[in-house]
Design a binder for this molecule. Structure first.
Ligand SMILES: [Zn+2]
Length: 274
């Protein structure tokens, strides 16, 4: 889908990034400077009032589908919880050139970082893939490190998409309603590596949340940054129930297949999980 007019302005968009940062911090999914957030904006937007400094950069990854458009992304080493108090100091805006290989990095004189997040290659590659496939005019991506989900990915039997989703979907009716495709599970891959980048793109084509085993998650939304953060929170809450159940010696009954099917039917959810 695409966002309808009137489009949110730059300050509103930055405020939602700040809000998502605080929420992710609230669920302990962004310790220290862990995690990063980016948004693609597919309509004309003026960034120079808030980000007046400009320098040319080479993109870590060609992104022809984003040519002429703006991507806002967290600065390297910045804390997600600090974005809300001063978005301009913690974020940068990249205007992608027409060739899709370079861009103008716009920053504030108050900026507290040297370059965009080290995961920028993954962000830009997923935006490019999604915009190429769907033509959406807005796309938000969040990488965070929610501890319960990451812990489950350390247990070998959970490190599999089908098993993980069977275990996650059974604690609250909300989970399958909010994540009808469930969570895609990738094996451990080196952070920032081309292998992770490629597998991540493929996983996010049919899932809105992907779990990078023994590391963290990436979630996306073509509606809002806060929606992408909510998706992490739904998955992490389910993982917390599963963790509690492991700790309590598997006393929980969980929703039965039949109960889950009734939820899916009542809410008209398209899923192949049950
Ligand atoms: Zn990470």
């Amino acid at each position: 889908m695409s966002l309808p007019e009137p489009y949110p302005d730059l300050n509103e968009l930055l405020a939602t990034i700040g809000e998502a940062g605080v929420r992710l911090s609230g669920i302990e999914a962004s310790e220290g400077a862990a995690g990063n957030i980016s948004i693609y904006i597919g309509w004309p937007i003026e960034v120079r009032r808030l980000f007046p400094l400009a320098e040319q950069i080479e993109l870590p990854q060609p992104a022809p589908a984003l040519a002429g458009k703006v991507v806002i992304v967290t600065g390297s080493g910045r804390r997600l919880r600090d974005i809300r108090t001063d978005p301009a100091a913690n974020l940068c805006a990249i205007m992608i050139s027409q060739d899709g290989r370079t861009g103008d990095l716009h920053t504030s004189p108050r900026r507290l970082f040297e370059r965009a997040t080290s995961e920028f290659n993954s962000h830009i590659a997923v935006h490019n893939d999604e915009i190429t496939r769907t033509g959406t005019n807005f796309h938000a991506l969040i990488h965070a490190q929610p501890p319960n989900l990451v812990y489950l990915s350390h247990i070998p039997e959970y490190r599999d998409t089908a098993t993980m989703n069977r275990r996650l979907m059974r604690w609250e009716p909300e989970t399958i309603v909010q994540l009808p495709q469930g969570v895609a599970v990738l094996p451990f891959m080196l952070p920032g590596s081309p292998t992770l980048m490629e597998a991540n793109i493929a996983a996010l084509r049919d899932h809105s949340v992907v779990l990078w085993s023994k590391h963290g998650v990436m979630s996306r939304s073509d509606f809002s940054v806060t929606r992408a953060a909510d998706r992490i929170e739904y998955a992490e809450t389910a993982a917390r129930y599963e963790y509690m159940d492991l700790m309590c010696g598997r006393k929980g009954e969980g929703l039965s297949e039949e109960e889950l099917r009734a939820v899916v039917k009542a809410f008209g959810i398209h899923t192949n999980l049950v």
